[in-house]
Write a protein that binds this ligand. Structure first.
Ligand SMILES: [Zn+2]
Ligand SMILES: [Zn+2]
Length: 225
């Protein structure tokens, strides 16, 4: 973030799946939204307090255990409302405990969001707002959070540095995922920095140049075949 950015952010990997829980705070008020608290809520709360932030919102990109498993506990600890994902991910949220047993993450809990999200919604933290884009493919109800002035996005498991989200889960869809990336993310601008659900940050421009699944030259070649 540059010094005149409206937000401050830090990433705290959580769960055995090293999911990038991302805390974004309004730079003026230090009020924070916790995006994808997959677990380790006590650790997250300590980090947030250490930086002087106050949790105001909990935002969820999609219903997978490692992204949403700690939302209920974080809400219980802070009173902050849970916003997102889109209702088409409800079936994933309902499976959180069952999936937790399978993946060795026993403390995940299902929840009902205080607000479901959809394309075109805005979410607010402090005096800053983020735009919501619905990006199905990895899961049907996946959403992405974008702060236009800061040129910053949290894209969950839609896009990674050098890769894209899995689509072999129930109701996953590869064509939808590609359409989400090229139709929703790329138009936001090559300069946009993004936090993926796992692994290092990148920019949309870098992925358009070099991502082996969705670089411009890769998709052009696929379209020509
Ligand atoms: Zn996922
Ligand atoms: Zn994930």
């Amino acid at each position: 973030m540059t010094s005149d950015s409206p937000i401050k952010a830090f990433i705290a990997p959580v769960t055995p799946l090293a999911q990038n829980c991302t805390v974004v705070a309004c730079a003026k008020t230090n009020r924070a939204a916790v995006i994808d608290p997959g677990g380790e809520v006590d650790h997250l709360l300590a980090e947030i307090a250490r930086r002087g932030f106050t949790v105001e919102k909990i935002w969820i990109t999609h219903g997978h255990l490692d992204h949403a498993g700690g939302a209920a506990a974080l809400k219980a600890a802070t009173g902050a409302p849970i916003e997102g994902p889109h209702p088409d991910d409800q079936f994933w949220i309902e499976r959180i405990e069952e999936d937790g047993r399978r993946y060795g993450i026993p403390d995940g809990r299902p929840f009902t969001p205080d607000r479901w999200l959809d394309e075109g919604d805005t979410v607010q933290v402090g005096e800053t707002s983020f735009e919501v884009f619905r990006c199905p493919g990895h899961t049907p109800g996946h959403v992405v959070f974008f702060q236009r002035q800061a040129r910053f996005a949290q894209v969950g498991d839609v896009l990674f540095k050098g890769s894209i989200g899995r689509t072999d889960f129930p109701r996953g869809n590869h064509a939808d995922l590609i359409a989400s990336i090229t139709g929703k993310l790329w138009p936001l601008g090559d300069d946009v920095r993004f936090v993926p659900g796992h692994g290092p940050m990148s920019t949309f421009g870098e992925e358009r140049r070099s991502n082996p699944f969705v670089a411009d030259h890769v998709l052009a070649r696929a379209a020509a075949v």
